[in-house]
Design a protein around this ligand. Structure first.
Ligand code: BDR
Ligand code: CA
Length: 322
């Protein structure tokens, strides 16, 4: 059986590349794409997912479900300077997409966790708000019985793109964007004891996709998807040129998809992770601690520390330009 997955996304440019990769990966079956406010507002995220599904026309169309419109406790921070006002490098705003009627993301995630349990992987490409809401949810009857078999406890694995441990942040000096936007959700998940793999900037910034390579491959391929990739990535790559000094882009979210499809691409460490929720200057910062023998055991997650760059890029290009 193909591994069932949910993609939970804030539908920016690198999220779009991830959705293409995931839908073109025969090892997994994307059952649902749930949206969460982050790179752009959640309505735009949901519209972007609909646009991508129209473009890709997958044989088995995943359920689309709209999620949280704002973080657990804070106002939403978006990133139009990175992803464009529409989240897709201003490609989506030029296309007409019928508004999508959807179920709630938390409900869809809960149902899939209940029915698929351990077999299910959730790939979280944005702030962890939807997952935190699902984790906190207690059906009324269970609350009265004081029992808590919450649906998310049944999931096989959660792969979350987020955090920055030994590299500078990309949202202020110390925080990565997804955990900066909803640090409270990230902190809740990191301390939940759930099977989580964290893919931080330390790993995602080990790989760069250069503009000239996208141009070269898109011209050779000349398909609608290739044309979309060429235009949707333009502003994203210009942003990196201005801020990082190279004309290209990081592949943060595609690396999270790759980690879910081929976990052996990553080297990992089991660590206890805290996310800063109080600090004025350090909101969303991730702090990792190894277990010291004799000390009481704290919840741990798998933190990726290294990626097999060559294998990842082969996987990425083979599927993106198929
Ligand atoms: C993360 O933030 C978003 O802008 C990207 O889509 C990615 O999920 C990188 O920090
Ligand atoms: Ca994202």
């Amino acid at each position: 059986m193909l591994r069932p997955v949910i993609l939970d996304t804030d539908a920016g440019v690198d999220d779009a590349l991830s959705i293409i990769l995931a839908l073109r990966s025969p090892e997994i079956s994307v059952r649902a794409i749930t949206t969460v406010a982050g790179n752009v507002e959640v309505e735009k995220c949901t519209r972007n997912v609909a646009l991508l599904l129209n473009l890709l026309q997958p044989r088995d169309r995943p359920t689309v479900a709209r999620g949280a419109a704002k973080p657990l406790k804070r106002n939403l921070v978006t990133a139009p300077e990175v992803h464009g006002k529409d989240g897709l490098g201003n490609v989506a705003s030029r296309r007409r997409i019928a508004p999508v009627k959807t179920k709630s993301a938390v409900a869809v995630m809960g149902e899939l966790c209940d029915s698929l349990g351990q077999k299910l992987t959730i790939i979280a490409l944005g702030p962890l708000t939807n997952l935190a809401l699902l984790l906190k949810q207690k059906p009324r009857a269970l609350r009265m019985l004081k029992k808590k078999p919450r649906a998310l406890r049944k999931v096989g694995r959660i792969v979350s793109m987020g955090g920055a441990f030994h590299v500078p942040g990309n949202t202020g000096p110390v925080a990565e964007f997804n955990y900066y936007v909803d640090p409270d959700a990230a902190q809740l998940l990191m301390n939940s004891g759930l099977p989580i793999t964290v893919i931080p900037l330390d790993v995602t910034e080990q790989v760069v996709l250069m503009r000239r390579e996208v141009e070269y491959r898109a011209k050779r391929r000349a398909s609608a998807v290739a044309r979309f990739v060429l235009s949707a990535t333009k502003q994203y790559m210009r942003y990196h040129k201005r801020t990082e000094g190279f004309y290209g882009g990081y592949l943060h979210d595609p690396i999270a998809v790759a980690a879910a499809v081929f976990p052996s691409l990553m080297e990992i460490k089991k660590l206890h992770v805290e996310v800063e929720t109080e600090g004025k200057l350090t909101r969303g910062m991730t702090i990792a601690e190894s277990h010291r023998s004799g000390a009481p055991r704290k919840p741990e997650v798998h933190v990726a520390t290294k990626i097999d760059r060559e294998r990842f890029l082969r996987f990425f290009h083979e599927r993106l330009w198929k």
